[in-house]
Write a protein that binds this ligand. Structure first.
Ligand SMILES: NC(=O)N[C@@H](CC(=O)O)C(=O)O
Ligand SMILES: [Zn+2]
Ligand SMILES: [Zn+2]
Length: 345
């Protein structure tokens, strides 16, 4: 095969930041994706519909001329989110989901939820109004090993949440374990999951063997090979529960290559090409379109994109770094390495 044409994909989990960083990263996603679910973990977080509207305007202003890329906004759930805020969000038509960060779980999650019991009214409103809850599924207890935090979250948080709110639409974000893939596969139709390209392509050896590679450090952290294989099987299974969410999470080069490096992999510049590499590895390129372009909008109740993109079999090398905010550089995942599929401009 030398070319593949697909319905234009969407990214159901994306970090765009704000200010100069926003301007630096929006074009990379806008050239590939029709829409993206925009994560609300700014400093301070996007907790109200009014803030989401303002952020959306800034994203639209950062698009390249002529781009029709559409940001789908989210709110950051806190212990104090009132049910009325959920009603405002749905009424706005611009907010498509609410994001649950357990407090302290990941980058900019200090205002996250300390106990879901505090959020019962807001979550009840979401279940009633059909607004999905997007979940960063890791416990934060100091005694739980970082490699076990997702599996423990399923038992301690995810199962009780769905028992209490069985009709809630839930996306288990950026799943990284066989446990999560199996949980989602067996859950009812209102539970889906996003999977990143890097968790389909890499295991923890890529990050840790022969030297520590900070650009592979993200949360949830890369796991063992058997988990990567389970994620690849889920993504290529043809099940509508699993769909594309890059979790592209830009951080300046100096904040990654540091004694205490930030979590997040910047994959937006080659997102669809990285997914194509993973699907090709599994002999499942024919399943890429469902995962990348159909199942996400179907889950969110939105129309599939009307236009297409074409990937061509052509070697190209990712740049070593790209311009970022305040004169800094940003290093994309697989910087300086060769990819076999290329998005045709
Ligand atoms: N994935 C990451 O490692 N980092 C994300 C936060 C997140 O998605 O958990 C970020 O905002 O940098
Ligand atoms: Zn997350
Ligand atoms: Zn994320």
């Amino acid at each position: 095969m030398t070319a593949i044409t697909l319905t234009r994909p969407d990214d159901w989990h994306l970090h765009l930041r704000d200010g100069e960083a926003l301007a630096a990263v929006v074009p990379a996603t806008a050239r590939q994706m029709g829409r993206a679910i925009i994560m609300p973990n700014l400093k301070p977080p996007v907790t109200t519909t009014e803030q989401a509207q303002g952020y959306r305007e800034r994203i639209l202003a950062a698009r390249p001329t002529g781009s029709t890329f559409e940001p789908l906004m989210t709110l950051y759930l806190t212990d104090n989110t009132p049910a009325e805020e959920i009603e405002r969000a749905v009424a706005s038509g611009l907010v498509h989901a609410v994001k649950l960060y357990p407090a302290g779980a990941t980058t900019n999650s200090d205002s996250g939820v300390t106990d879901l019991a505090h959020c019962d009214a807001a979550i009840g409103a979401m279940a009633r109004l059909g607004l999905p809850l997007l979940v960063h599924g890791e416990v934060t207890d100091a005694e739980i090993d970082i490699f076990d935090r997702e599996a423990v979250f399923i038992e301690r948080v995810m199962k009780p949440l769905l028992e209490r709110h069985p009709d809630l639409n839930v996306v288990f974000e950026h799943i990284t374990t066989a446990d999560a893939a199996e949980f989602v596969a067996q859950a009812p139709a209102n539970v889906g999951a996003t999977i990143t390209a890097h968790h389909l392509l890499f295991n923890r050896n890529h990050m840790l063997v022969g030297g520590i590679r900070p650009h592979y450090y993200c949360l949830p952290i890369l796991k063992r090979e058997r988990h990567r294989e389970a994620l690849l099987a889920a993504a290529t299974s043809g099940s509508g529960k699993f769909f594309l969410g890059t979790d592209s999470a830009p951080h300046a080069q100096g904040d990654k290559e540091s004694a205490c490096g930030c979590a997040g992999a910047y994959t937006a510049p080659a997102a669809i090409e990285l997914y194509a590499a993973a699907f090709e590895q599994a002999g499942a390129l024919d399943r890429l379109e469902g995962f990348a372009s159909h199942f996400g909008p179907d889950f969110y109740g939105l129309p599939r994109n009307a236009d297409t993109i074409t990937l061509v079999r052509e070697e190209w090398t990712l740049p070593d770094s790209l311009p970022y905010a305040n004169g800094q550089r940003i290093v994309p995942l697989k910087a300086g390495e060769t990819l076999m599929w290329k998005l045709r401009d």
